[in-house]
Write a protein that binds this ligand. Structure first.
Ligand SMILES: Cc1cc2nc3c(=O)[nH]c(=O)nc-3n(C[C@H](O)[C@H](O)[C@H](O)COP(=O)(O)O)c2cc1C
Length: 189
Protein backbone atom coordinates (compact mmCIF):
# COMPACT_ATOMS: atom_id res chain seq x y z
CA UNK A 1 0.00 0.00 0.00
CA UNK A 2 1.34 3.41 -0.90
CA UNK A 3 0.38 6.74 0.62
CA UNK A 4 1.52 9.41 -1.81
CA UNK A 5 -0.08 12.16 0.26
CA UNK A 6 1.97 11.26 3.34
CA UNK A 7 5.06 10.14 1.46
CA UNK A 8 6.43 6.68 0.86
CA UNK A 9 8.23 4.81 3.64
CA UNK A 10 10.96 2.42 2.62
CA UNK A 11 12.44 0.08 5.21
CA UNK A 12 15.94 -1.21 4.57
CA UNK A 13 16.89 -4.69 5.82
CA UNK A 14 20.64 -4.39 6.28
CA UNK A 15 22.52 -7.63 5.76
CA UNK A 16 25.79 -6.61 7.42
CA UNK A 17 26.36 -6.04 11.12
CA UNK A 18 29.76 -4.37 10.62
CA UNK A 19 30.00 -0.77 11.79
CA UNK A 20 32.26 -0.04 8.81
CA UNK A 21 30.06 -1.95 6.36
CA UNK A 22 29.99 -0.67 2.80
CA UNK A 23 26.42 -1.90 2.49
CA UNK A 24 25.50 0.11 5.57
CA UNK A 25 27.00 3.17 3.87
CA UNK A 26 24.95 2.40 0.74
CA UNK A 27 21.81 2.28 2.88
CA UNK A 28 22.79 5.53 4.61
CA UNK A 29 23.39 7.18 1.23
CA UNK A 30 19.89 6.19 0.14
CA UNK A 31 18.49 7.45 3.44
CA UNK A 32 20.34 10.76 3.25
CA UNK A 33 19.77 11.43 -0.46
CA UNK A 34 16.22 10.12 -0.80
CA UNK A 35 14.04 12.49 -2.81
CA UNK A 36 11.37 14.60 -1.13
CA UNK A 37 8.35 12.45 -0.35
CA UNK A 38 10.43 9.32 0.29
CA UNK A 39 11.63 8.31 3.74
CA UNK A 40 14.23 5.58 4.07
CA UNK A 41 14.53 3.91 7.48
CA UNK A 42 17.32 1.45 8.19
CA UNK A 43 16.23 -1.57 10.23
CA UNK A 44 19.70 -2.18 11.56
CA UNK A 45 18.90 -4.20 14.67
CA UNK A 46 18.74 -7.48 12.79
CA UNK A 47 21.55 -8.87 14.94
CA UNK A 48 19.27 -8.58 17.98
CA UNK A 49 16.81 -11.10 16.55
CA UNK A 50 17.08 -14.59 18.01
CA UNK A 51 17.28 -17.39 15.47
CA UNK A 52 13.80 -18.12 14.22
CA UNK A 53 12.11 -20.86 16.21
CA UNK A 54 8.40 -21.60 16.00
CA UNK A 55 8.36 -22.38 19.71
CA UNK A 56 9.17 -18.78 20.64
CA UNK A 57 7.01 -17.26 17.91
CA UNK A 58 3.80 -17.34 19.88
CA UNK A 59 1.01 -14.85 19.48
CA UNK A 60 1.43 -11.70 21.62
CA UNK A 61 4.69 -13.04 23.04
CA UNK A 62 7.12 -13.08 20.12
CA UNK A 63 10.56 -11.71 21.04
CA UNK A 64 10.57 -7.92 21.29
CA UNK A 65 13.11 -7.42 18.48
CA UNK A 66 10.93 -9.53 16.18
CA UNK A 67 7.77 -7.64 17.09
CA UNK A 68 9.55 -4.33 16.50
CA UNK A 69 10.78 -5.43 13.09
CA UNK A 70 7.38 -6.78 12.09
CA UNK A 71 5.72 -3.51 13.07
CA UNK A 72 8.32 -1.46 11.25
CA UNK A 73 7.92 -3.46 8.04
CA UNK A 74 4.13 -3.68 8.33
CA UNK A 75 4.01 0.12 8.55
CA UNK A 76 6.27 0.62 5.55
CA UNK A 77 5.26 0.89 1.90
CA UNK A 78 8.37 -0.73 0.43
CA UNK A 79 11.14 -3.07 1.60
CA UNK A 80 14.71 -2.97 0.35
CA UNK A 81 17.39 -5.49 1.31
CA UNK A 82 20.86 -3.95 1.14
CA UNK A 83 23.33 -6.72 1.67
CA UNK A 84 26.68 -8.31 0.99
CA UNK A 85 27.02 -12.01 0.16
CA UNK A 86 28.37 -14.69 2.47
CA UNK A 87 29.42 -18.02 1.00
CA UNK A 88 27.33 -17.65 -2.07
CA UNK A 89 24.09 -16.59 -0.44
CA UNK A 90 22.61 -13.92 1.81
CA UNK A 91 24.13 -13.48 5.29
CA UNK A 92 22.33 -15.50 7.97
CA UNK A 93 21.23 -12.32 9.72
CA UNK A 94 19.18 -11.26 6.68
CA UNK A 95 17.84 -14.76 6.06
CA UNK A 96 16.73 -14.92 9.71
CA UNK A 97 15.02 -11.52 9.45
CA UNK A 98 13.08 -12.69 6.38
CA UNK A 99 12.06 -15.82 8.29
CA UNK A 100 10.68 -13.71 11.16
CA UNK A 101 8.93 -11.42 8.67
CA UNK A 102 7.39 -14.40 6.84
CA UNK A 103 5.19 -15.36 9.80
CA UNK A 104 2.39 -15.46 10.86
CA UNK A 105 1.70 -17.47 7.73
CA UNK A 106 -0.70 -15.73 5.37
CA UNK A 107 -0.74 -12.47 7.34
CA UNK A 108 2.90 -11.55 7.50
CA UNK A 109 4.49 -8.13 7.23
CA UNK A 110 6.16 -8.78 3.85
CA UNK A 111 2.98 -9.95 2.19
CA UNK A 112 2.10 -7.77 -0.80
CA UNK A 113 5.02 -5.41 -0.22
CA UNK A 114 7.12 -4.30 -3.17
CA UNK A 115 10.62 -5.63 -2.45
CA UNK A 116 14.06 -5.23 -3.96
CA UNK A 117 17.55 -6.41 -3.08
CA UNK A 118 20.87 -4.82 -3.95
CA UNK A 119 24.35 -4.32 -2.61
CA UNK A 120 28.06 -4.45 -3.26
CA UNK A 121 30.90 -6.82 -2.46
CA UNK A 122 34.62 -6.88 -3.21
CA UNK A 123 34.34 -9.96 -5.45
CA UNK A 124 33.69 -10.45 -9.14
CA UNK A 125 29.90 -10.80 -9.11
CA UNK A 126 29.15 -8.23 -6.44
CA UNK A 127 27.00 -10.52 -4.34
CA UNK A 128 24.58 -11.47 -7.10
CA UNK A 129 23.66 -14.83 -5.53
CA UNK A 130 22.87 -13.14 -2.25
CA UNK A 131 20.55 -10.70 -3.98
CA UNK A 132 18.94 -13.46 -6.06
CA UNK A 133 18.36 -15.56 -2.95
CA UNK A 134 16.94 -12.65 -0.96
CA UNK A 135 14.50 -11.97 -3.81
CA UNK A 136 13.48 -15.62 -3.95
CA UNK A 137 12.90 -15.87 -0.20
CA UNK A 138 10.95 -12.63 -0.15
CA UNK A 139 8.80 -13.92 -3.01
CA UNK A 140 8.06 -17.11 -1.11
CA UNK A 141 7.10 -14.93 1.87
CA UNK A 142 4.56 -13.12 -0.31
CA UNK A 143 6.44 -9.95 -1.28
CA UNK A 144 6.31 -8.50 -4.80
CA UNK A 145 9.84 -8.41 -6.15
CA UNK A 146 10.60 -5.45 -8.40
CA UNK A 147 12.52 -7.31 -11.07
CA UNK A 148 14.01 -4.25 -12.76
CA UNK A 149 16.14 -3.50 -9.71
CA UNK A 150 19.34 -5.53 -9.90
CA UNK A 151 22.44 -3.81 -8.57
CA UNK A 152 25.10 -6.32 -7.50
CA UNK A 153 28.13 -4.11 -7.62
CA UNK A 154 31.67 -5.41 -7.69
CA UNK A 155 34.02 -3.03 -5.92
CA UNK A 156 37.21 -4.69 -7.17
CA UNK A 157 39.76 -2.00 -8.06
CA UNK A 158 37.11 0.70 -7.68
CA UNK A 159 38.20 2.50 -4.52
CA UNK A 160 35.22 3.94 -2.64
CA UNK A 161 32.23 3.33 -4.92
CA UNK A 162 30.19 5.87 -3.00
CA UNK A 163 32.57 8.52 -4.34
CA UNK A 164 31.43 7.52 -7.84
CA UNK A 165 28.50 9.80 -8.80
CA UNK A 166 27.37 7.40 -11.51
CA UNK A 167 27.00 4.58 -8.94
CA UNK A 168 25.14 6.82 -6.50
CA UNK A 169 22.83 7.90 -9.34
CA UNK A 170 22.10 4.23 -10.09
CA UNK A 171 21.29 3.61 -6.43
CA UNK A 172 18.91 6.56 -6.37
CA UNK A 173 17.38 5.37 -9.65
CA UNK A 174 16.72 1.99 -8.04
CA UNK A 175 15.04 3.73 -5.10
CA UNK A 176 12.85 5.70 -7.54
CA UNK A 177 11.84 2.47 -9.31
CA UNK A 178 10.96 0.81 -6.02
CA UNK A 179 8.86 3.78 -4.91
CA UNK A 180 7.15 4.05 -8.32
CA UNK A 181 6.30 0.34 -8.37
CA UNK A 182 2.59 -0.41 -8.24
CA UNK A 183 1.52 -3.87 -7.17
CA UNK A 184 -1.72 -3.57 -9.19
CA UNK A 185 0.14 -3.05 -12.46
CA UNK A 186 2.52 -5.90 -11.60
CA UNK A 187 -0.29 -8.39 -11.01
CA UNK A 188 -2.11 -7.19 -14.13
CA UNK A 189 0.97 -7.86 -16.26
C1 LIG B 1 31.96 -15.38 5.98
C2 LIG B 1 32.14 -14.55 4.74
C3 LIG B 1 31.80 -15.09 3.53
C4 LIG B 1 31.90 -14.30 2.36
N1 LIG B 1 31.49 -14.84 1.17
C5 LIG B 1 31.39 -14.02 0.09
C6 LIG B 1 30.76 -14.46 -1.11
O1 LIG B 1 30.32 -15.59 -1.24
N2 LIG B 1 30.66 -13.60 -2.14
C7 LIG B 1 31.11 -12.30 -2.06
O2 LIG B 1 30.94 -11.54 -3.00
N3 LIG B 1 31.73 -11.85 -0.94
C8 LIG B 1 31.88 -12.68 0.13
N4 LIG B 1 32.46 -12.23 1.29
C9 LIG B 1 33.04 -10.88 1.30
C10 LIG B 1 32.02 -9.87 1.72
O3 LIG B 1 31.21 -9.56 0.61
C11 LIG B 1 32.77 -8.63 2.20
O4 LIG B 1 33.36 -8.91 3.46
C12 LIG B 1 31.87 -7.43 2.25
O5 LIG B 1 32.64 -6.29 2.33
C13 LIG B 1 30.97 -7.41 3.43
O6 LIG B 1 30.05 -6.35 3.24
P1 LIG B 1 30.00 -5.13 4.24
O7 LIG B 1 31.16 -4.22 3.88
O8 LIG B 1 28.70 -4.49 3.96
O9 LIG B 1 30.13 -5.66 5.62
C14 LIG B 1 32.40 -12.99 2.44
C15 LIG B 1 32.78 -12.47 3.68
C16 LIG B 1 32.64 -13.23 4.84
C17 LIG B 1 33.02 -12.63 6.17
Amino acid sequence: MSHPESGTRVVVLLGSLRAASLNRRIAETLRDQAPAGTTVEIADGLGDLPFYNEEIDVETAAPEAAQRLREQVAGADRVLAVTPEYNGTMPAVLNNAIDWLSRPYGANALRGKPFAALGATPTQYGGKWSHDDARRSATVAGAHVVADIAISESTIDRGDVLEDPEFVARLLGALDLLVAHRVESASAA
